[in-house]
Design a protein around this ligand. Sequence first.
Ligand code: DQA
Length: 150
Amino acid sequence: MRILLINGPNLNRLGHRDPSVYGTMTLPEIEAAFTARAKERGVDAVCFQANGEGQIIDFLQGEIPRGADGIVINPGALTHYGYSLRDALQDVGAPVIETHLSNIHAREEFRRRSVIAPVARAQIAGLGWRGYLFALDFLVDLLVTEATTS
Ligand code: DQA
């Protein structure tokens, strides 16, 4: 099983960018924790970050022939207006867990709306870096359940 971890614009700055909101873990540290947890659960993790919407879409389209089984994505600000990203996620066809470090519903008005949520299986917001690991655990449980009941 291959689970993708995708982080969008500005998330390469984690650990330095507004730590009181986004925490002190850097993106490489979060990716290492995610990859370690994936290994424990017996799945492969593929981590990707880009600041451009098109770069993320190119990455997703490249993954279609390889067969992604699940996607954990923090789209950053693309959450709020990234319709092309939303279409690309829908096209992949794998379950998507939209994940945010901060509680986007308790912040500025513009952050409360997600254009990604309608194509996501679920949304996690406000659990910091641990949210990525909860998303991974959920996806593995879901995929194992689907594989054993089909
Ligand atoms: C974020 C929330 C977004 O509103 C913001 O633009 C980000 C990070 C989060 O993880 O809390 O870049 O997705």
